[in-house]
Design a protein around this ligand. Structure first.
Ligand code: PPS
Length: 295
């Protein structure tokens, strides 16, 4: 019997007002009990902010630029999502427990929901932020093709859902500002998607230093070449083509969609843009964070 839309796309539930996949909420106790180690590196992002890109960069650095080693597994399995829970498969926390530190994991959790041990044990936190407008567009297309997330509805409907923080992992504003405010208090490297796009080598060097690695120029140049959008889109180990169509239907929208800064201009109406700019001004007032929305 065919699954109903509701069964395929279950509604999000909430933890402390943050919408999350229902299975993650069911597993919340285990997620909060995750025991981070000081050597762990946690890649932290709001969804659609360049997670996969920074994962490949981190892995290339860890493997000292060895392309073959980075082909060992699809990217989503190399650094499982900490809060992922899809029984009967092992959860993100169970997978983390099964490997010795130093571990590289990823999470979309906002600061207030991060397992406490990540702060207490001072693990390395690598945050990547992407401007809200491109993030919104990318998330809209992702929700069209990701059969495990709620249907986004029309672009107009999605615009409202996103600005009211009703998408998975909550408000972009609270997420990004929350992490921005923590950046000097812990071991956090805070990067911007737009900066990686503009000067990948410079940003990759920052990641390398943060990871305590020292790679020569030739290796750095190789990492820049191997992590371009075009290369990663053509690479089955990074383009999510290994995920079943019942989960990611890439005939609706590819996972590696455009990889640009400024695609929002093809989606936002003039009225939406003006409204968004005003909301953005209000929400970011008093913070020093600064985004590029074009290069
Ligand atoms: S997810 O599902 O939250 O993990 O998605 P995430 O990886 O964070 O974000 C996906 C968007 O990042 C783009 N991407 C890249 N852009 C530039 N260069 C490289 N190498 C790269 N890799 C992934 C990807 O195309 C998605 O953005 P959009 O705008 O939808 O194309």
């Amino acid at each position: 019997m065919a699954l109903t839309t509701a069964a395929r796309r279950p509604p999000l539930r909430e933890v402390a007002g943050i919408p999350l996949p229902a299975t993650t909420v069911d597993n919340w106790h285990q997620i909060q009990g995750f025991e981070a180690q000081p050597d762990d590196l946690l890649i932290c992002t709001f969804p659609k902010s360049g997670t996969t890109w920074i994962q490949e960069i981190v892995d290339m650095i860890e493997q000292s630029g060895d392309v073959e080693k980075c082909q060992r597994e699809a990217i989503q399995h190399r650094h499982p999502l900490l809060e992922r829970a899809r029984p009967p498969q092992p959860s993100g926390v169970e997978k983390a427990r099964a490997v010795p530190p130093p571990r590289v994991r990823r999470t979309h959790l906002p600061t207030q929901l991060l397992p406490p041990s990540c702060w207490e044990n001072n693990c390395k936190l690598l945050y990547v932020a992407r401007n809200a407008k491109d993030c919104m567009v990318s998330y809209y297309h992702f929700q069209r093709m990701n059969q495990t997330l709620p249907s986004p509805g029309t672009w107009e409907q999605y615009f409202e859902t996103f600005i009211s923080g009703k998408v998975g992992w909550g408000s972009w504003f609270e997420h990004v500002i929350g992490w921005w405010e923590m950046r000097d208090r812990c071991q956090i490297l805070f990067l911007f998607y737009e900066d990686i796009k503009r000067d990948p080598k410079q940003e990759i060097q920052k990641v390398m230093q943060f990871m305590g690695k020292n790679l020569d120029e030739v290796v750095l140049d190789r990492i820049v070449q191997e992590t371009t959008f075009e290369k990663m889109k053509a690479n089955p180990m990074t383009n999510r083509s290994t995920a079943p169509k019942a989960i990611l239907d890439q005939s609706i929208s590819p996972f590696m969609r455009k990889g640009t800064v400024g695609d929002w201009k093809n989606h936002f109406t003039v009225a939406q843009n003006e409204r968004f700019d005003e909301i953005y001004r209000q929400k970011t007032e008093g913070t020093s964070i600064n985004f590029r929305t074009e290069l």
